[in-house]
Design a protein around this ligand. Structure first.
Ligand SMILES: Nc1ncnc2c1ncn2[C@@H]1O[C@H](COP(=O)(O)OP(=O)(O)OP(=O)(O)O)[C@@H](O)[C@H]1O
Ligand SMILES: [Mg+2]
Length: 433
């Protein structure tokens, strides 16, 4: 893919990058567990219709956050088409279709961009996508909105790097569906205390916050270093352009190391730690959740973070740096609990390494550096030494012992589906701290 495409037609280039410039997650599971043929990100179908459905009177709808009516008709719900064809929502007896909206999938499959509009819809998907069944219950919607609120406060306070931006998730809707109102697969779904299944949807803005006055072009991080996929042949495109990260480098007047450190990696790590230190938020900063914003002259602007339903709220850090918070339940609240049998550390510390060393390090930074090294060789050891020195300033401000001395990864296994306990693999010498 040619970097210039982002300037000529930013929206089309963005969608192309989301869909066809992605070698997939390092686990390989993103290609194996995806949505149906015509709706999956790698499909050759350019878009599909999302049904706007109205449930019967036995289903209660609840709105969370700011004005859902900006995104969806009152009394209605948005549901992925695969869910209407499955045993989850039985034939039209329990709902009617009020209309449709045209959308294109992003790399996560269940988050779609509404065509001609400035927002994404993150949909519940009651089957495996990647490693997980993607429910969206009430707690998850509340958590995403709360995380957004905390990040907005931090960004407005200007205590964070100007290189930090987010895609706000400030509203969502939940349908409380009584057990009897669903299809035969319902027995396996989690019910709430009122014997209802909570079927949620989240809305995400397209325009990065803090809002910029001029145009910014968004590139998902995975697209900076991936191979281009050709949906017509169902494999890697025969002609591959130079990776976008190299094309971007060639537009600058810097050495490769200066470019990597000053334009990409320092802002990236600074953003990761600012989220923690200024908002108590632990981002799931893998290459699908992070985006790079550039301007129309190819200057790097900022790091843009998304997916706040996946972000953790670190209670001890919030207390350590004095951030007020409200929890609304336990979802993704990371706090110190007793060590689980067979685990090397308390989960609280495992999560810190997992999110930083594995998700940010191994899913994003290492593959990015490997690709750059292939095209423009540089001294990797000297670069990682600089990164470690840079990161030290933030780690020193976190509670002592925040990170374990070693780092963890896990196998490319679908734990839930294979009914295996989640096992972490421990390694010496964290690469980036
Ligand atoms: N390069 C990639 N790296 C990581 N995950 C990827 C990648 N490409 C596709 N995926 C898919 O994206 C999803 C990542 O999971 P995650 O929980 O971050 O996203 P999500 O919550 O489903 O959606 P969103 O990020 O839009 O909020 C998984 O379904 C995974 O299979
Ligand atoms: Mg994601």
């Amino acid at each position: 893919m040619d970097l210039e495409e982002f300037v000529v037609n930013p929206r089309a280039a963005y969608l192309k990058a989301e869909r066809y410039l992605n070698s997939g997650s390092p686990s390989g599971l993103s290609q194996r567990y995806t949505t149906s043929e015509r709706t999956q990100p790698r499909s050759s179908t350019p878009s599909f219709e999302l049904s706007i459905i109205r449930f019967g009177d036995d289903v209660a709808l609840e709105d969370v956050g700011d004005r859902c009516d900006r995104y969806i008709t009152d009394g209605c719900m948005l549901v992925h088409p695969d869910m209407l064809q499955s045993t989850y929502l039985p034939e039209r007896s329990v709902y009617s279709i009020e209309g449709t909206v045209a959308v294109a999938p992003t790399a996560s499959g269940r988050t779609v961009l509404v065509l001609g509009a400035d927002y994404f819809v993150k949909l519940a998907y009651l089957e495996y996508l990647g490693r997980l069944v993607r429910h969206i219950n009430r707690e998850m919607v509340l958590s995403a909105c709360e995380v957004t609120k905390q990040l907005v406060l931090a960004l407005e306070s200007k205590r964070v790097t100007p290189a930090f931006g987010i895609l706000k998730e400030s509203s969502g809707r939940i349908a409380h569906i009584p057990k009897g109102g669903l299809g035969s697969s319902i027995a396996s779904l989690p019910m709430n205390a009122n014997s209802c299944y909570e079927w949620g949807v989240l809305f995400r803005e397209f325009r990065p916050f803090p809002y910029a006055n001029d145009r910014e072009l968004l590139i998902p991080f995975f697209a900076l270093f991936s191979e281009e996929f050709d949906p017509r042949i169902g494999g890697a495109a025969a002609v591959q352009d130079t990776p976008l990260i190299i094309q971007l480098f060639e537009k600058q007047n810097k050495s490769i190391v200066e470019f990597l450190l000053e334009n990409i990696l320092f802002p990236l790590f600074n953003t990761y730690f600012d989220a923690l230190l200024s908002a108590g938020i632990e981002l799931e900063a893998h290459a699908q959740n992070m985006l790079l914003a550039i301007d129309t002259r190819f200057a790097v602007r900022r790091i843009v973070c998304r997916d706040f339903e996946s972000a953790g709220r670190d209670i001890p850090v919030m207390e350590h740096v004095g951030i007020p918070y409200s929890l609304h339940g336990d979802y993704k609240c990371n706090t110190i609990r007793p060590r689980e049998p067979g685990h090397k550390y308390e989960k609280y510390y495992i999560t810190h390494s997992f999110m930083f060393d594995f998700k940010l390090g191994e899913y994003l930074v290492t593959p990015l550096l490997d690709v750059v090294n292939r095209y423009c060789p540089f001294d990797g050891a000297a670069l990682t030494k600089k990164l470690k020195e840079f990161n030290r300033q933030f780690i020193d401000r976190l509670p002592a012992g925040f990170f374990p001395p070693d780092w963890c990864s896990y196998e490319n296994v679908n734990w839930d589906r294979d009914r295996r306990p989640r096992e972490y693999i421990w390694h010496d010498n964290p690469r980036y701290r």
